[in-house]
Design a protein around this ligand. Sequence first.
Ligand SMILES: [Zn+2]
Length: 419
Amino acid sequence: MTNDYFTGLKCIHCGKIFNSTEDLLLCPECGNLLDPQYDYEQLKTDWSGLGIEHRPNNIWRFKELLPIVDFDQIVTLGEGGAPLLDFPVLAKELGVAKLYILNDAGQPTGSLKDRSIAVTATKAKEFGYRVLSCDSTGNKAASTAGYAARAGLESVVFCPHATPAPKIAQAVFYGAHLVRVMGHYSQINSMYREMVASHKYHWYDCGTDNPYRYEGKKTYAYEIVQGLGWKTPTYVLQPAAGGMSVVKAWKGFNEFKRMGLVDDLPAMVACQAANCGPIVDAIDAGFDYVPGIEKGNTIASAIAVSNPALLGNETLQTVVESSGCGVKVTDEDLLSTWERLGKVGVFCEPSSAIAVASAYQMAKQGKLKSTDVLVAVVTGSGFKDTETLNKYINVPEDAVDGKEEFYRKLDEISKSLQS
Ligand SMILES: [Zn+2]
């Protein structure tokens, strides 16, 4: 079955239109980003008859709004359909009406990347590739390897040497050919881009500039709207590495508005680490583009991108257009929010606590109102970064030996629980 609603790709800079079946990354005319286009008028007419509410709760529930030509080739591990839960205790601390967390920690490979890599793997099948490749701070590598395995394809992934061990081990477990590179992500990214542009290897790029991949992240908007009873929140807070989740969620909300499914649009918030926040720096400085910066050290390794290039520019424009803002969070504040999340039942990697940490930052800055409804996106499982977990969480070393010690220990705990 073909997707007649996906009509082609449009360059965001020169406006040139390309056919929906073309295997393109950047615009061949001007080198800028390409944006998939859809027949929204037809979708608006047909929407209620599609019966989306009867489909499985994953990203393919909204398959007509994804840039897929052939529905029969969909590669899926059941990604999307994340829980959107409200946390009244945290909302009270923030002084807002509601705080919802959309939690992607339970995605098939443990992070948000599955939303977009599922789409890229599907495109690779459509285009007839045998190998998927990407550069990554870790999560994208694991996801690419997982979806390649699912699709019966090979994968080649490039990661910084210092990538958290579980992410690398996970990619290799799925069968990836791993290339560990000395240096930080932005350095590897520039080598990777050069490799892709050279067309030396016939590998399908699941990396930074793939226009199809990004579209998977629109499903954030669809799931948030659906989870809130076909309403939009006041703010949507997302971690921003290159920031494409922010851009694409914004596109998703706009699509639903255009199709008459929602009345309002949220303000988009890009959340970055204090030591590596080029997008937020550029927003605050009133720039219309994002200059690269020197990379500083941060515990938020998954989103530490010092030169987000074209994606960063798009993110900046989205934040401004949506009347949102950028927020930077120190490692100290990030760690304390991360630990706070554990105490309300959310187990995530430290980087992905940054959206909730940013909500606290906004509260501190007096930016939030008591009527505000916030959705913060948590992007990766706590199992993704066990080194940080072991470093900051004090796990008792001692073990009881024999019945006497056993009950002495229980008495001790029982006493501490009464105080
Ligand atoms: Zn162009």
